[in-house]
Ligand binder design. Structure first.
Ligand SMILES: *Cc1c(COP(=O)(O)O)cnc(C)c1O
Length: 360
């Protein structure tokens, strides 16, 4: 036998989220809310009624309907997926061809370039400006100069928490001849969405997920919103039974509870604002050269040359946050009030014991 893995996958390693048992998880941008009892009880009933012997509905109609209703759009413009990750892979592999030119931005969600790498697209990187945002005019010029086939980025962005306005995003979509994929995974925490107008353009796909504001990461639900032609293409290229029946039915239940979704969303926004302010107050108070970015998301991005050490210290104290080595930064997901407080106490403790004392 002389089988060899192909070159492009030989060096890859499986994705490892932070492993280990940590008391407080502020590392994955999840919601700190599990489902409330009303929803859990409905789910018990759902499970009782699932036809386990039957394949799921390929169009996930019972799921897409309340999803579309929640966002004020039409179900015919929605494609459901097994997490939005699945859509990212599909878009890179099926909607593009080998050597298609894809513009990604930096820093941004790393899965875009990963799936483009697997799909052998040609990756062009747009570097964000000093305030970690996109200059849309620059991006438009780059797309033209490079004759790009697709532009993909998260708005607002994971990991920076920054974003461009709906007006700027609209300008981009209207000014380029390529496909624009706007990943609005965190747009529930901000108000600059293009989701309601996605169907008006022939070159826009808006992506959504149930994993963040909707608090359903466990059941893996993602959505693409686009015009009829793009939607037909996405539905045609996806695996027919990509979303299992249990997730479809639980998703239907969640998206039908608009009041719960909205009040939790509001609560997460407020907790994030408080977390941001507290981090900023601490670093300002000690006059530290940390850069704390005001978030449009459910997490706070903090640049510091001490980011790695802080992350280690927090892990030792059973708090997980995300460390970005290349950016020299931490991304701290909002927890509930108690979790945030514990984080802040340790964050300040690290500063007092390891930065101030050392500097004396
Ligand atoms: C978390 C996240 C997603 C969601 O992925 P799922 O597969 O739906 O859980 C998509 N895009 C970005 C930018 C994210 O941060």
């Amino acid at each position: 036998m002389s089988y060899k893995l192909c070159e492009k996958v030989r060096q890859l390693e499986p994705y490892e989220p932070i492993s280990g048992n940590y008391k407080i998880r502020l590392d994955a941008n999840e919601s700190y809310y599990n489902f409330p009892d009303v929803i859990k009880n409905e789910i018990k009933n759902i499970i009782d009624n699932v036809a386990f012997n039957r394949y799921p509905d390929p169009n996930a109609e019972r799921l897409v309907e309340p999803f579309a209703d929640y966002y004020g759009i039409s179900p015919e413009n929605v494609t459901a997926s097994n997490g939005s990750d699945e859509l990212l892979y599909l878009i890179a592999s099926a909607m593009l061809t080998r050597n298609s030119k894809v513009i990604v931005t930096e820093p941004d969600f790393s899965m875009y370039s990963f799936y483009s790498y697997l799909s052998e697209n040609q990756i062009i990187t747009y570097r964000k400006n000093d305030s970690l945002n996109i200059d849309v005019d620059e991006l438009i010029s780059l797309a033209k100069v490079e004759n790009a086939d697709m532009i993909i980025f998260s708005n607002p962005c994971n990991p920076t928490g920054q974003g461009i306005s709906a007006e700027q995003a609209r300008k981009l979509v209207k000014s380029v001849d390529c496909l624009v994929v706007l990943d609005e995974a965190y747009m529930d925490f901000w108000d600059e969405s293009l989701i309601r107008e996605a169907a008006l353009y022939d070159n826009l796909i808006v992506l959504k997920t149930a994993s963040k504001a909707v608090g359903s990461a466990a059941i893996r639900l993602g959505f693409a919103v686009a015009d009829k032609t793009l939607t037909t293409a996405l539905r045609a290229v996806k695996a027919p039974y990509n979303v299992n029946t249990i997730s479809q039915e639980i998703g239907r239940c969640i998206y039908s509870h608009k009041d719960i979704l909205n009040s939790r969303r509001q609560d997460i926004i407020e907790n994030t604002a408080r977390l941001y302010k507290s981090i900023k107050d601490i670093t300002d108070n000690y006059k530290l050269p940390f850069k704390v970015y005001e978030p449009r998301t459910n997490f706070v991005f903090v640049e510091s040359d001490k980011a790695g050490e802080i992350c280690e210290f927090l892990l030792q104290n059973s708090i997980a946050v995300r460390y970005f080595k290349n950016a020299g930064a931490l991304r701290i997901t909002t927890g509930n009030e108690k979790e945030n407080k514990e984080f802040l106490v340790l964050f300040e403790k690290f500063i007092i014991e390891n930065i101030l004392k050392r500097n004396r």
